[in-house]
Design a protein around this ligand. Structure first.
Ligand code: C2O
Ligand code: CU
Ligand code: CU
Length: 485
């Protein structure tokens, strides 16, 4: 590993690591990748699926010779994968066996506000919270994580997070790899910083703009992982479940892959690519083709943060991270060709929008000049309304804007149409300093003034510091009475 000098540069309060050349940590990929188990629901006579999750603390072996104190759901670290279909009635029984209150939020899910698991749905220690809803949205890779106001960064960093996969009939018809854990692989990527005793450390680097950035990468909670593959094509469901780090995923041999899905659904058609950048909370589904006997490594290259310099480094000085080695068997099962068309994503048109709202992200903690207040509703939206939200990053660090309840489409980024990888359904969008992004979405769930939805920066330290606001859905007005959609 080459050493990189940390260079302090006087630019206001900025202190950052000067780019020298990419340094990659040397891994031998000794550990088989853990695959979070699929959680089996109880199915009652009406077909309703009930899933049981217990939030708990424990100890996990990440590093040789160390037991790390962690949190998880039904496990000591991370949680099982939930999987349900469009049209399913689901109920989740979330038991809190931790010593402090928390919540569990279904990131990307369209549901009533009281079921959302945001900061208003606290679960006290020893309590069980039982949200239920009808799944009615496109097939996608969603996820769940805690969301207690001011404590989200800590609770996620300790390890509570998991995937929630949605299937639907139309997607079943496509010949996409979909054998969970075999050719359809969850890839939950997180950076961690371990202290000398192998414990999770949250010490921030010098003048961190975004909170903790770790030098060690965990995938599904596995450090230094490899995956044995026996199929010609493998689908990776990439989830950036990190607190602050942005990844630019690609392969060490720069091989091409097909990007098939973004946060909240499949793209219209596969996008041939060599890189996909994901900020915290974002997901991408990619399909990689392998040849018998070969090895290739999923890697994260320095992301383009639009900040004129690379992401701040912490103690190890890496800016390129090996993430996961794929090891192809000597004989691979054939896979059907990749479909040319994946979904027909219905476009919202700007002229459908009743309202444009503007959001200015300022510093590390403010939206439109204000910090989050649990007692203040910032926006009220009539049910069924299509709205344009114009978000501007007016600060000198990067942010990524997430909206609960909805999946949205990006209309433009600094006035330009989004590139194909950002043209599908999204629920979280990256903003470099100075950027303005316009998104469009329909807001449609039952009105409930007591259960607001959040919008916030998904850099978890920014969210906790107050870069979050609340909106409620009100009864429809004549203008936005729900249409056939
Ligand atoms: Cu992924 Cu408000 O959260
Ligand atoms: Cu969310
Ligand atoms: Cu932010």
């Amino acid at each position: 590993v080459a050493t990189v000098a940390l260079t302090a540069v006087a630019a206001g309060a900025w202190v950052y690591a000067q780019a020298q050349e990419s340094t990659v940590d040397d891994l031998d990929f000794a550990n088989p990748l853990a695959i979070p188990p699929l959680l089996e629901p109880d199915i009652d006579a009406d077909g309703r699926k009930t899933f049981d999750l217990t939030l708990q603390s424990g100890e996990t072996d990440f590093l040789p010779g160390a037991q790390t104190a962690t949190w998880g759901a039904n496990d000591t670290y991370l949680g099982p994968t939930l999987r349900a279909r469009r049209g399913d009635d689901v109920r989740i029984r979330v038991a809190n066996d931790l010593a402090e209150p928390t919540t569990l939020h279904w990131h990307g899910m369209a549901l009533p506000g009281a079921m959302d698991g945001g900061p208003h749905q606290m679960i006290d220690p020893g309590e069980i919270w039982q949200p239920h809803w009808l799944i009615d949205q496109p097939a996608a890779t969603l996820w769940y994580h805690p969301h207690p106001h001011g404590r989200t960064a800590d609770h996620v960093y300790r390890g509570i997070a998991g995937m929630f996969i949605i299937d639907e009939h139309d997607t079943d018809e496509l010949a996409l790899p979909s054998d969970y854990g075999v050719d359809d692989i969850p890839v939950i990527v997180q950076d961690k910083q371990f202290d000398g005793d192998g414990q999770l450390s949250t010490a921030e680097g010098p003048a961190s703009l975004v909170g903790v950035l770790g030098d060690d990468i965990l995938v599904n909670g596995t450090h230094n992982p490899h995956l044995d593959v026996a199929d010609q094509r493998v689908r990776l469901r990439l989830l950036n479940a990190s607190n602050a780090r942005v990844y630019d995923f690609g392969f060490d041999d720069d091989r091409r892959f097909a990007l098939i899905g973004s946060d909240s659904g499949l793209l219209d058609e596969p996008v041939d690519s060599t890189r996909v950048q994901l900020a915290p909370g974002e997901r991408a589904e990619i399909i990689v083709e392998l040849h018998p006997g070969e090895r290739t490594t999923l890697r994260s290259y320095p992301p383009d943060l639009g900040m004129g310099f690379p992401l701040e480094r912490t103690n190890g000085g890496h800016d390129t991270f090996d993430v996961l080695q794929l090891r192809a068997a000597d004989q691979l099962r054939d896979a059907p060709p990749l479909p040319g068309t994946l979904a027909s994503v219905e476009r919202h048109r700007p002229d459908e929008a009743a309202t444009t709202r503007t959001f200015e992200l300022e510093g590390f903690s403010r939206i439109n000049g204000r910090e989050m207040d649990m007692a203040r509703i910032d926006q009220t939206i009539p049910r069924g309304a299509v709205e344009i939200w114009e978000i501007t990053n007016a600060s000198n660090t990067y942010h990524n804007f997430h909206v609960h309840l909805v999946h949205f489409q990006i209309l433009d980024i600094d006035g330009d149409p989004p590139p194909p990888e950002l043209a599908g359904w999204k629920d979280t969008v990256f903003l470099a300093p100075g950027q303005t992004v316009r998104i469009i979405s329909r807001f449609d769930t039952e009105p409930d003034p007591d259960a607001p939805f959040m919008y916030h920066c998904h850099i978890l330290d920014h969210e906790d510091a107050g870069m979050m606001g609340q909106y409620t859905i009100a009864p429809p007005t004549d203008n936005n009475a729900p249409t056939d959609r």
